[in-house]
Ligand binder design. Structure first.
Ligand SMILES: Nc1ncnc2c1ncn2[C@@H]1O[C@H](COP(=O)(O)OP(=O)(O)O)[C@@H](O)[C@H]1O
Ligand SMILES: [Mg+2]
Length: 251
């Protein structure tokens, strides 16, 4: 079966710094791929390249077989690539419902959608993530866990076939995390492919069908969670980091 997303030799250079180096992988239909790696490994950069926030320095990106590397982000969103942002940014002054409605207008088929219909769709998505009871509140009044739900609802309202989740679960406790995971699994069960960045290792390993590990912008491992997390190269990437942080703290 053709992969939903195909990444080949993807490289991103910022003045003097290679944030992502020659990364290749495929993402299948309805697959959850966990993207992990120490801080600064290039995870957000990869998401930015796939969503179109950044243009790659080199390499090839295909979505459902079609090259997308030259398309601006709004065109990629219309094709079915939805994302959340690591830094939450609800539109201030807009209600929770209208924040999500903006997602509906921005995503697949959004251009032809009327506001009333976008709001209806937004309401469905708020129900899906368990936030319908807050629909009329100003978005900036939401607390941490509810903001994550809002981010998720916004991305889902774009009606994506590929969903990019960048640390959408950061700061949640285990129970809240499980609730968001249940939503992500429900999304996947509807045939959506998911690329998810998450720090809590126990959590990401149980959520992901496969893991991909980045370190200094390079792919150092890819495969079943069990196998990847017992890979000495991966362990060293994390331990080396922890050791360095520990030594730094001691001085
Ligand atoms: N817009 C940018 N301009 C310059 N350097 C950047 C930019 N975005 C990311 N970087 C650098 O690229 C590297 C990878 O960053 P990032 O993708 O955010 O890592 P991660 O999400 O894995 O923590 C880091 O060294 C970071 O400082
Ligand atoms: Mg990041």
């Amino acid at each position: 079966m053709e992969p939903v997303l195909s990444v080949r030799h993807l490289t991103k250079r910022f003045a003097g710094l290679t944030a992502l180096s020659d990364v290749s992988f495929d993402l299948g239909r309805g697959e959850i791929l966990g993207l992990i790696g120490p801080n600064g490994a290039g995870k957000t950069t990869l998401v930015n390249l796939i969503s179109g926030a950044f243009r790659a320095s080199e390499g090839d990106l295909r979505f459902e077989g079609a090259p997308i590397g030259a398309l601006p982000s709004h065109r990629r969103a219309k094709l079915g690539i939805g994302r959340t942002f690591q830094i939450m940014r609800p539109f201030p002054g807009l209600s929770v419902l209208d924040n999500v409605a903006v997602g509906a207008l921005f995503g697949t088929g959004g251009g032809h959608r009327q506001l009333a219909i976008a709001r209806e769709l937004a309401h469905q998505k708020l129900e899906f993530v368990g936030l319908a009871h807050r629909a009329d509140r100003p978005a900036e009044a939401l607390g941490g866990p509810d903001r994550k739900r809002l981010e998720l609802a916004k991305a889902l309202a774009m009606n994506p076939r590929l969903l990019l989740l960048d640390e959408v679960m950061a700061g949640l406790n285990l129970a809240e995390l499980e609730a968001v995971f249940a939503i992500v699994r429900k999304v996947r069960d509807e045939g959506v492919s998911v690329l998810v960045i998450e720090h809590v290792m126990k959590a990401i390993r149980s959520l992901s069908d496969r893991l991909l590990v980045l370190h200094h912008g390079e792919k150092i491992a890819e495969g079943k969670p069990q196998q990847v997390l017992s890979d000495p190269t991966v362990i060293e990437a994390y331990l080396g980091r922890r050791r360095a942080a520990h030594e730094g703290a001691g001085t």
